[in-house]
Structures are given as C-alpha cells and as structure tokens.
Design a protein around this ligand. Sequence first.
Ligand SMILES: NC(=O)c1ccc[n+]([C@@H]2O[C@H](COP(=O)([O-])OP(=O)(O)OC[C@H]3O[C@@H](n4cnc5c(N)ncnc54)[C@H](OP(=O)(O)O)[C@@H]3O)[C@@H](O)[C@H]2O)c1
Length: 340
Amino acid sequence: MANESQMPSAAVYQAAANRYDAMEYRLCGRSGLRLPRLSLGLWHNFGSVDDFGKATAMVCRAFDRGITHFDLANNYGPEPGTAEENFGRILSAQLAGHRDEMIISTKAGHRMWPGPYGDGCSRKSLMSSLDQSLRRMRLDYVDIFYSHRYDADTPLEETACALADIVRSGKALYIGISKYPAPEARRMYALLESLGTPCLIHQDRYSMLVRKPEQGVLEAVQEQGVGFIAFSPLAQGLLTDKYLNGVPEGSRAAGPSVFLKRDDITPGLQARLRRLNAVASDYGCSLSQLALRWVMDAPAVTSVIVGASSVAQIDSNLEVLSVPPLSAGQRAELASVLEA
Ligand SMILES: NC(=O)c1ccc[n+]([C@@H]2O[C@H](COP(=O)([O-])OP(=O)(O)OC[C@H]3O[C@@H](n4cnc5c(N)ncnc54)[C@H](OP(=O)(O)O)[C@@H]3O)[C@@H](O)[C@H]2O)c1
C-alpha cells in the first residue's frame, strides 16, 4: 500500500466542529432521509493502486465539510473490491465514532467474481455480493444498497424480492437502482413499493454533456417520489478547465482508466468545452462550478456524486455552494449552447 506514512493517525484526526455549517441537505424523494447536495464517489482514486494517504485525506476532508454520503460499489478499485477495503480501513481508523452521521452506499450488478454468480442482479448474486461488501468495509449494514444496472436476464420480480429481503435482514436500510431505463425503473418502483420497501433513490449518469435521464427517468422519479442522484456530473473531469487545451499529465484521460481515454479528447469536444467555459466566465464562475450548479439545480436532483483525485478538488467543488442558482434566462441560454 502506497504512502501509508502520509495517513493521519487515529489520534490526530478530529472531525471539524463546524462540519455542518455550510452544506445543504435535501430530502431524498418522499423519504425522510436527507442527503448532502454533494456526495463523494470512490470509483477512481481509492483502490489498491492508489495513494492510501491521499484517499484517507480526501474522505476526512469531505466529512469535515459536511459530505455525509460516500458512494461505493463492489467492483470499485482497481483491483475490484479494494476501494471498499480501503474505505473500511479509513472508517475504522478515522471515522469509527461517526458511523451514525454517514450514509454509505454500495452496489452489485456488474461482473465481480468468476463464474455465473459474480455478475447480474439475481438473488444469489446480490445477496452474496452484499455480504462480501460488508466484510470488506467492516460494516454490519450499508445505508443504501443498489442494483447497479438493469439485468435483462433476471426477472425484475426476483431482483425486487431480493432487495426487499436485504432490507428486512437489516443489511441495508434503503434500496436504490442505478442506470435502469425509464420503463424498467417504473416497474421496479412499483414492485418495491408493493413489497413495502419503496425505492429510495435512482442513480444515473447526468451532466451538461450526458442528458439521457431527461428522456424519461427524471420524469419518473418526480412522479413516483423517488430521489435522484447524478453521477459523473463533471463528465469525469471533462467539464473542468483541465482539457481545454490538451490532456494534462496526471489527469484521468492521461491515465490507465478505460472509461476516459486520451482519444476521447477530440478537437470537436474541446471546442464545445471552450464555448461552455466562456459562458462560465460570463457568469463569474468556473466551468466545473457551472457544471455542478447546472445538475444540482435540475428538478428532481437530490444530490450529485463527484469524484476527486485530491483534497483541493473537493474544496474547489464545494465552492459551488456559494455560486447562486442559475436563473431561468441563464438555463435557457445554456440550453442553446448545449444543443448547438
Ligand atoms: N452507478 C454507476 O454505474 C456509476 C458509474 C460511474 C460513477 N458512479 C459514481 O459517481 C462517482 C463520480 O464519478 P466520476 O468520478 O466520474 O465523477 P466526476 O465528478 O464527473 O469526475 C471526477 C474526476 O474529475 C476530476 N475533477 C474533479 N473535480 C475537479 C476539479 N475541481 N478540477 C479539476 N478536475 C476535477 C478528477 O479527475 P482527475 O483529476 O483524475 O483528472 C476526478 O476524479 C463515482 O465515484 C461513483 O461513486 C456511479
């Protein structure tokens, strides 16, 4: 494990007394659970290949600034599973006394272990995976357990029953679904409701560059009283100023991630980002702040899950809380820039 020496020791870390002063919290759908407007995701930068000291500092800094929600999945790493392991170590060493102040989520549904049960949303896969996640994170329960994707090979009824039973077992407090198309999401909401464990939250990719949830999902969550949490609100870093003129070393696109590659940064995309950056300058904020404000202000959005590779990025992203909401006129102007 890299740079173990950089991690704050248990004796050193004390949560900031003013940690709840600046963050806003919003009720999640029709539930009584409040989520911070910004949550922290551990998809990248928290695995066994990453700097554990930095990972620890980012989790502690987020908590110190009112980010109570940490989003994980069984397969986050790399190696898969190691983000949960590292998070479990950070929790037990630094945040053990704060478990009741935290909302921890994990997910199952993508390929995680060999053979027919390490993938998908069957009862067998979901239940086995959650048990593994709890062991890795050294937890008795997670706050939110997600079906990570729609699995066309498993009847929705089977997935819904497994999720409801997981809540009844006490291993998760709430249920979420991720990346379900709108029609299947609506069926899932109805099934979970009928089982007495309503769907708390729908997680989907949503940003100024990826607007698919506008084709049905945002309408469905609003109608059904389900919360919505946007992932990759910065489009993995594209909606910051870092790619305006190239691909900087140390960025996600310059690294080994298969989800954002150097070749994705095309001249056409850069021209689009520069247009958005000019709008951000006109509004007196940075492109990343504009991107976060745009998602947070959209109807139905409870929280946005940002990723980070440094404490400074977390601090910079939190500055969005002091950027005023976009006016109707600004949203309309942006809509025409985004559709151009
Ligand atoms: N349900 C799902 O299937 C699913 C899928 C994907 C993600 N998620 C969740 O969503 C979370 C966030 O996803 P994401 O990491 O793609 O989110 P993102 O917020 O769109 O991108 C985060 C990346 O952008 C860069 N960045 C962030 N803030 C910056 C700033 N202020 N200035 C410059 N660069 C900045 C950093 O990358 P570099 O510094 O490395 O360039 C950072 O790792 C994940 O951790 C996960 O919890 C869920």
